[in-house]
Design a protein around this ligand. Structure first.
Ligand code: CP
Ligand code: NVA
Length: 332
């Protein structure tokens, strides 16, 4: 049976089969080719989508807005201060109101239970644009980026290592997508920052079906060895207190992705990062952290970020194509 995701929510990748995830990656590649060749694809002409952001964004917001326009839709952006959600109006009430006006709703914010509740009441597809626990649209873009390097379905049996704050939304989601697609996943970081044990168990059960492996290690040598992809993310995520910087620097500095670490990976390894990144002092937070702790580069060095292994801007571009695929697949 051909895959159809029509009418489905997109809340976390655990809800999807490997075939459904494969379909979204292939659809992303198809939409990317159409965009590149200027082939019109206004398949959802006249529809409307609401974009709720309780946390800030560059890539995700722009991908939803540009993606909606490319598909012929109109998008309404609700910024972290503009909506009543949670302050004057419950999530359930908001969902029922927006569900009457819009064909689909994106939500970026805090706990996963918020986007799940929105989905329960909206009556239209709801898309997770990042929660504390998961960042699923990022993963479709990321696997597309990996496959552009190693071939369609070429990641099966390869090793992807997340270095650093492995229990954050991006680390969790990378573990899930790797388990689903038969990719060997390694979380490399200190014990304090590992993915939640229950999620690891869930992923190991999935991995047993797909042939993936899930490894957790505190050893950089073990984590980097043979990896085709070295992936990292910032050390203090949105919604976490800035007071955590000192502790995170102490715990995570050994896992900074630098040239020495990349040299331990496979010879053809690429570097990936969901962005934004603190690879220099050209940001307010990067400069503040430097002034306080003396580190000019944090989770990745500028040398690696700007170097030949880095695929971070291809990855960022692929957010657009994959988010379009998610909207199109669920609204078609
Ligand atoms: N990677 C990502 O989600 O970026 P934004 O926070 O800019 O959306
Ligand atoms: N872990 C990061 C991802 C940003 C795209 C955060 O939640 O801030």
């Amino acid at each position: 049976m051909p895959v159809s995701l029509s009418g489905r929510h997109f809340l976390k990748l655990l809800d999807f089969t490997p075939e459904e995830i494969r379909y979204l990656i292939d659809l992303s590649a198809e939409l990317k080719a159409k965009k590149r060749s200027h082939e019109p694809h206004r398949y959802l002409e006249g529809r409307n989508v609401a974009l709720i952001f309780e946390k800030t964004s560059t890539r995700t917001r722009c991908a939803f807005e540009v993606g909606a326009a490319d598909l012929g839709m109109h998008a309404v952006y609700l910024d972290p201060s503009a909506s009543q959600i949670g302050k004057k109006e419950s999530i359930a009430d908001t969902a029922r109101v927006l569900g009457r006006m819009f064909d689909g709703i994106e939500y970026r914010g805090f706990g996963q239970e918020r986007v799940e509740e929105l989905a329960e009441y909206a009556g239209v597809p709801v898309w997770n644009g990042l929660t504390t626990e998961f960042h699923p649209t990022q993963m479709i873009a990321d696997v597309l980026t990996m496959e552009e390097e190693f071939g369609r379905d070429g990641m099966r049996g390869r090793k992807v290592t997340f270095m650093g704050d492995a229990g954050n939304n991006v680390g969790n989601s990378l573990m899930v997508v790797c388990a689903k697609l038969g990719i060997d996943f390694c979380a490399c970081g200190p014990a304090e920052q590992m993915p939640d044990a229950a999620l690891v168990e869930q992923c190991r059960a999935v991995a047993a079906e797909t042939g993936a492996t899930i490894t957790l290690t505190e050893s950089v040598d073990e984590g980097a060895a043979g990896a085709s992809v070295i992936y990292t993310d910032i050390w203090v995520s949105m919604g976490e207190s800035a007071d955590l910087w000192g502790e995170r620097i102490r715990l995570l500095s050994p896992y900074q992705v630098n040239a020495e670490l990349m040299a331990k990976a496979a010879p053809d390894a690429i570097f990936m990062h969901c962005l934004p990144s603190f690879h220099d002092r050209k940001t307010t937070i990067g400069e503040e952290v430097f002034q306080k702790f003396g580190l000019p580069e944090l989770e990745v060095t500028d040398e690696v970020f700007e170097g030949p292994c880095s695929r971070v801007f291809d990855e960022a571009e692929n957010r657009l194509h994959s988010i379009k695929a998610v909207m199109y697949a669920t609204l078609r």
